[in-house]
Design a protein around this ligand. Structure first.
Ligand SMILES: Nc1ncnc2c1ncn2[C@@H]1O[C@H](COP(=O)(O)OP(=O)(O)OP(=O)(O)O)[C@@H](O)[C@H]1O
Length: 233
């Protein structure tokens, strides 16, 4: 099967001559969820930014499969306009994505229901909690129905029910064939939901592959991901 996204980063950083990540390669496959994990400062966000074209100093080849350039990026820190309501944010995104209005009314309404946000659709996000803002970002990502989701730490603000709702939707998207690259520190959830992992440390890939591959690399054949993480970083 062809990957939806293929990334080969030779090096990338914020200043010339000072690369923060080196030799990072990864692929996002249809229907698969790849977890990007590693300690603080390992280079995960820099890798995501490199993929999104937001890094000034970069030598890399980032390739979406032919005709599959559509991706959604869900940032760790919500970005929003103070004067637009939740529904207006979603409408704006739908307009930018070129989604047909009838389709948007249907799928937008459905997303609000799924994330239990219908009651606040006409509220301003300035008054939302952290988790509600996170949900807004996720709904905007799901509106697009992209081939590839790039999600930066989705779990921190979400309550257990919202996490379950989010994972359920992600599962639906994957069964449609979408691929996901997700950066997270929540290793027990990652272990449960990811098909494979990229484990970064000190700006490089310390290990990659399925949980089985990561366990082999760590020399811990039965261990939870957390213990492998500990050994390899
Ligand atoms: N805007 C920036 N300008 C300069 N250096 C940066 C910038 N952002 C990150 N760095 C540096 O790049 C390195 C990798 O940081 P990065 O944010 O990619 O790590 P991370 O793995 O995402 O960490 P965390 O888990 O804490 O989010 C760190 O040494 C960090 O100090």
């Amino acid at each position: 099967m062809e990957p939806l996204l293929r990334v080969e980063i030779e090096e990338a950083g914020y200043e010339a001559g000072k690369p923060k990540i080196k030799q990072v390669s990864l692929e996002v496959m249809p229907g698969k969820l790849t977890g990007l994990i590693g300690p603080n400062g390992a280079g995960k966000s820099t890798t995501l930014k490199a993929i999104l074209g937001l890094i000034p100093e970069i030598k890399a080849d980032v390739r979406f499969a032919d005709g599959h350039g559509k991706y959604a990026y869900v940032p760790e820190h919500p970005v929003f306009y103070d004067t637009l309501t939740l529904w207006e944010h979603m409408s704006l995104a739908a307009a930018v994505y070129g989604i047909d209005d009838a389709e948007f009314q249907r799928s937008g309404g459905e997303l609000l229901e799924k994330f239990r946000m219908t009651g606040v659709r006409n509220h301003l996000p300035g008054g939302f909690s952290k988790g509600m803002r996170q949900k807004m970002m996720l709904m905007i990502g799901f509106l697009l129905k992209p081939e590839v989701y790039i999600v930066d730490e989705p779990f921190i603000g979400l309550d257990p029910r919202a996490t379950k709702d989010f994972l359920g939707l992600l599962e639906e998207e994957r069964s449609r064939g979408a691929g996901v690259l997700m950066c997270t520190h929540v290793l027990d959830t990652a272990e449960r939901i990811c098909d494979d992992f990229i484990l970064m440390a000190d700006g490089r890939v310390a290990a990659k592959g399925t949980l089985h591959d990561i366990r082999l690399a760590a020399g811990l054949p039965e261990a939870p991901l957390f213990d492998c993480f500990d050994v390899l970083t």
